[in-house]
Write a protein that binds this ligand. Sequence first.
Ligand code: BGP
Length: 477
Amino acid sequence: MGFCKNFLWGGATAANQFEGGWKEGGKGPSTSDMLMGGTHTVPRRITPEMEEGAYYPSHEAIDFYHRYKEDIKLFAEMGFKTFRMSIAWTRIFPNGDDKEPNEEGLVFYDHVFAELKKYNIEPLVTISHYEMPYQLTKKCNGWVGRECIDHYVRYCETIYKRYKDVVKYWLTFNEINAGTMPFGGYMSLGILNEGTTSFLDQVDIPQLRFQALHHQFVASAKAVQLGHSINPDFKIGCMIAYMTTYPYSCNPKDMLKMQKQDQIHNDLCGDVQVKGEYPYFSKKYFSSQNIEIKMEPEDEEVLKAGKVDFYSFSYYMSSCVTEDESVTKTEGNILAGVKNPYLKASDWGWQIDPEGLRYTLNRLYDRYQIPLMVVENGLGAVDEVKADGSIDDGYRIEYLKAHIQQMKLAVEDGVELWGYTPWGCIDLVSASTGEMKKRYGFIYVDKNNDGTGTLDRKKKKSFDWYRQVIASNGEDL
Ligand code: BGP
């Protein structure tokens, strides 16, 4: 027994990390266009003042905006059944609260979907992937302002109606649980901390983060309900950044610490979106952090009525937790955990754990009993183009192969898995660092951190390998 016959093999991207054309076609600026800098260890931050040259390479990115035909053709050559992409909210509503949608932005996606259709590639669309209209963020401090719900729902209504016959699979928010972690404040919730000069000075106010997250929950639930009313065949999912966590030792204290971390960072958002209500443990957590969520009387009903159809998640790594302060921490570029002696890590400190994926798939299926999709997975690495132009990314093949093997075992365990879309199937800009040099693709893009490069596309060794994986439905690894 292996993957189901219509298993959705493909790849994943996000508008703000690969489209470029950030000011073209009537597009307005988004929070992600304002993310400046970033290094190996210091994440990017929203910088209200534009500084010349500071935003390379993200503003041009890999120019999918002009090269989508060429790129989709390459995806088709690999045999993609699905393609995960996001719609840039600011192509449709440049300021977020415009009276009318921007027709030119809608037409761009008409063309992209038509091109995908040509090759029978099913789009999987993230409605909001780590960005929102910057003007909206300024007006209501990102998702802290409840009025964002209505703006988002109107945006959903516009794209649902326009693309209802060409898009079936939707995700309401990328990695919505980033909002439970400090970096999510600016990346996924668009909260500004004006007056500060660096991310390290940035004030983290959990009250604001969780209030903003509540607004995203309500918006997501409304979007699910609305989507189903526009086209009952829509399949609308949540998307969680899953951080598989182990206790570092069998000390019960480590076990309890792991459980707490799992509950808040991994389970809270999935529970709200799949089960339609806040889980029991959230109450105690909120009171311990002095968080008080302001809700409108109808919110509980809205959450119940807007449960998602499937659960999707990103999976890159696992980490350990312990109460023991003397144990060495990893140097992850977003989240530091405790070093796991059994695992190797990527150059960015992300601990590679294929078996953790099988564990996670089983854990999630047991908890939610709805279909799952792995919509991000992959190895960020520095790829070298050899003198003859070839790129031998055997390390990437090894990483992906090991994860696919474990997915297959999870399917054999009985998990219902719909699809797999490795992250950054074509090289793109890194979300955490803003760099080009952290590459994930099967397709290499000639583009450098400083914005230079021809933008030419080249197949890496993994390109042919992945084509054979898809052709054999995951049998020939
Ligand atoms: C996820 C995001 C993506 C993506 C990926 C890899 O958290 O949904 O947008 O970029 O991680 O992360 P990075 O680009 O930082 O390597």
